[in-house]
Design a protein around this ligand. Structure first.
Ligand code: GLC
Length: 444
C-alpha cells in the first residue's frame, strides 16, 4: 500500500512543470510606466483586425495573397522610435511573430518570414537598433499560437476549426515538434539581437480543444529563457501562473483595473496593454479611437495604481504609423514633455493621503513628492484630506508656479468636522491651466 501511494505522488509530481524559481529585473520596468506595443504583420494588409484569419476562417492557401504581396516600402523604424520617445515611452514591445505565424526576422527555422516576401529583408533588426538608439528598452512579443505551422493542431480557436479534413490531420500532427520550433525561434530572438528586456508570450487556453503548458512545453521554454537572459522579464501567459518563477508581470488586457493588481493577496508587478481603438493590428475602418485626454487619464490612473501602460500602435502595410496614431502620440507627448515627472518612477501614494474626487495621486518615493492630477477642475479652492502638516511646498508642474494653501476654507463654511480630516485647501486659479491634465506637485 505504502509503495503504491509513493508512486502515485511521484506520478502527480512528475506532471508538474519544473522551472527555476527566478525573476527578471523589475527596476527599470517599474520606473518606466509607459511603453509602446507594436502589432505588425501580414494582417496589416487586410486591415480588419489581426485575428482576421480566425474570424473569417481563412485557409493558409487563401491567406497567401498577403504573404506574396507584403511590401512595406515606407518603413522607417527610426521614425517609429522617434515617435515613441517623443510620446514619452520608455520601452517597446514588437510582435516578432503573431498568431498568423509570420516572422519579422530572418529565422532559419521557417520560410514564412519577411525576407521571403517582396519586402525582401529582416524587419526586426533595424527596428531593435532604432529603438535602442532612442534609449528605449527592448521587448519581444512572441505568439505561442501559430496558425501557419503544420504541427500546430487545429483547435477551438484555429481558423480551420470548422474544417473536418483539417481536423482529421491532427492525428498526424505532433505538437512537441511545434514546441521545439518555438524554443529554436526564441533562442534566435534571445541570442541574435543583444540584450532583450521583456518577453511577452501570447497565449494559453488550456483544457478541452485548447493548448496549455504541456502542449507548449512552457516549462522547458521558460527555463531556456531564464538561462539565456536571466534579467529578462516574462509576462504571465505561459499557463504557469501557480508555479513559483512562472511569470514576472501580470498583463490585464484592454480594461482599467480598480485597484493595484494583486495575486494571492500580494501586490505584483503589472502592465495593462491597451489599444487606441478596438484592434491591435492596423484597422482601416475601426472608429472607436480614444482621445488624447482619455489616454492620458489611462496612463495617470494606471501609474497611481503601480502599473504600466503598454499602448499599441498598428502600423500600416506600407510601414507607417497612420495619422490617427500620430495625433494621439504627439498629444500625449506634449503633456509628457512637461509632466513626465509625475509618471516616471512614480506609483501609489502612501496611506493617509486621500485623492479628492476627480483627481488621481501619484508619488515618487525617491524625491518624496506627491502629484495631484486634476481631471475635474474645481472652482477656486480644493480641499485635500490627510495632507495637513505634511506639505512643505506646492506648485503647478507645467510652469512651476507656486500654489498657496491654507488650513481653513475661505469665508465661513469651514467646520470642525472638516478639520478632523487634516485638510489643507489649495488656492487654485479660476482659470484652468491650458494643459490636457493639470498637475499640482507637492514637496513633502
Ligand atoms: C490577445 C490577442 C492578440 C493580442 C494580444 C495583446 O491575446 O490574441 O491579438 O496580440 O491580446 O495582449
Amino acid at each position: 500500500m505504502a509503495r503504491k501511494s509513493v508512486s502515485k505522488t511521484a506520478a502527480t509530481a512528475a506532471k508538474k512543470p519544473s522551472i527555476p524559481d527566478a525573476h527578471g529585473d523589475f527596476t527599470w520596468f517599474n520606473d518606466a510606466r509607459f511603453g509602446m506595443f507594436i502589432h505588425w504583420g501580414l494582417y496589416a494588409m487586410p486591415a480588419r483586425h489581426e485575428w482576421v484569419k480566425h474570424v473569417e476562417q481563412i485557409s493558409t492557401a487563401d491567406y497567401a495573397k498577403y504573404y506574396t504581396r507584403f511590401d512595406p516600402d515606407l518603413y522607417d523604424p527610426k521614425a517609429w522610435a522617434k515617435a515613441a520617445r517623443e510620446a514619452g515611452m520608455k520601452y517597446f514591445c514588437i510582435t516578432t511573430k503573431h498568431h498568423e505565424g509570420f516572422c519579422l526576422w530572418d529565422s532559419k527555422y521557417t520560410d514564412y518570414k519577411a525576407p521571403n516576401t517582396p519586402c525582401g529583408k529582416d524587419l526586426l533588426r533595424p527596428m531593435v537598433d532604432a529603438f535602442r538608439d532612442e534609449g528605449l528598452h527592448v521587448g519581444f512579443y512572441y505568439s505561442l499560437i501559430d496558425w501557419h505551422h503544420e504541427q500546430f493542431g487545429v483547435d477551438r480557436i484555429h481558423p480551420m476549426r470548422g474544417n473536418a479534413e483539417e481536423r482529421k490531420k491532427n492525428a498526424k500532427r505532433d505538437v512537441s515538434k511545434y514546441a521545439q520550433y518555438m524554443r529554436d525561434q526564441v533562442r534566435e530572438l534571445l541570442t541574435q539581437f543583444g540584450k532583450i528586456d521583456y518577453l511577452f508570450f501570447d497565449f494559453s487556453y488550456p483544457g478541452e480543444d485548447g493548448k496549455g503548458w504541456q502542449d507548449y512545453e512552457s516549462d522547458k521554454l521558460l527555463t531556456m529563457v531564464r538561462e539565456l537572459q536571466p534579467h529578462i522579464l516574462v509576462n504571465d501567459r505561459l499557463d504557469l501562473l501557480d508555479i513559483p518563477g512562472g511569470w514576472d508581470v501580470k498583463t490585464p488586457e484592454q480594461f482599467m483595473v480598480r485597484k493595484p493588481v494583486t495575486w494571492k493577496g500580494k501586490p505584483v508587478c503589472w502592465e495593462t496593454c491597451q489599444t487606441f481603438s478596438g484592434s491591435w493590428g492596423y484597422h482601416r475602418d475601426e472608429q472607436t479611437w480614444k482621445s488624447v485626454d482619455q489616454l492620458l487619464m489611462m496612463l495617470i490612473d494606471t501609474t497611481s495604481k503601480n502599473g504600466n501602460v503598454l499602448l499599441n500602435v498598428g502600423p500600416t502595410a506600407r510601414g507607417e504609423f497612420d495619422a490617427r496614431a500620430m495625433d494621439r502620440l504627439s498629444g500625449m507627448g506634449a503633456w509628457m514633455q512637461k509632466h513626465s515627472r509625475s509618471i516616471y518612477g512614480c506609483g501609489v501614494a502612501p496611506g493617509g493621503f486621500k485623492a479628492p474626487n476627480g483627481t488621481r495621486l501619484t508619488y515618487n518615493a525617491k524625491t518624496k513628492r506627491i502629484y495631484m492630477h486634476i481631471f475635474d477642475w474645481p472652482i477656486g479652492s480644493m480641499g485635500l484630506d490627510g495632507f495637513a502638516g505634511k506639505v512643505k511646498y506646492a506648485q503647478f508642474l507645467h510652469d512651476a508656479s507656486e500654489i498657496r494653501w491654507s488650513t481653513q476654507t475661505h469665508g465661513h463654511v469651514g467646520t470642525d468636522a472638516e478639520k478632523d480630516h487634516n485638510t489643507i485647501y489649495l488656492h487654485l486659479p479660476v482659470i484652468r491651466p491650458n494643459v490636457a491634465v493639470p498637475v499640482v506637485e507637492m514637496y513633502l
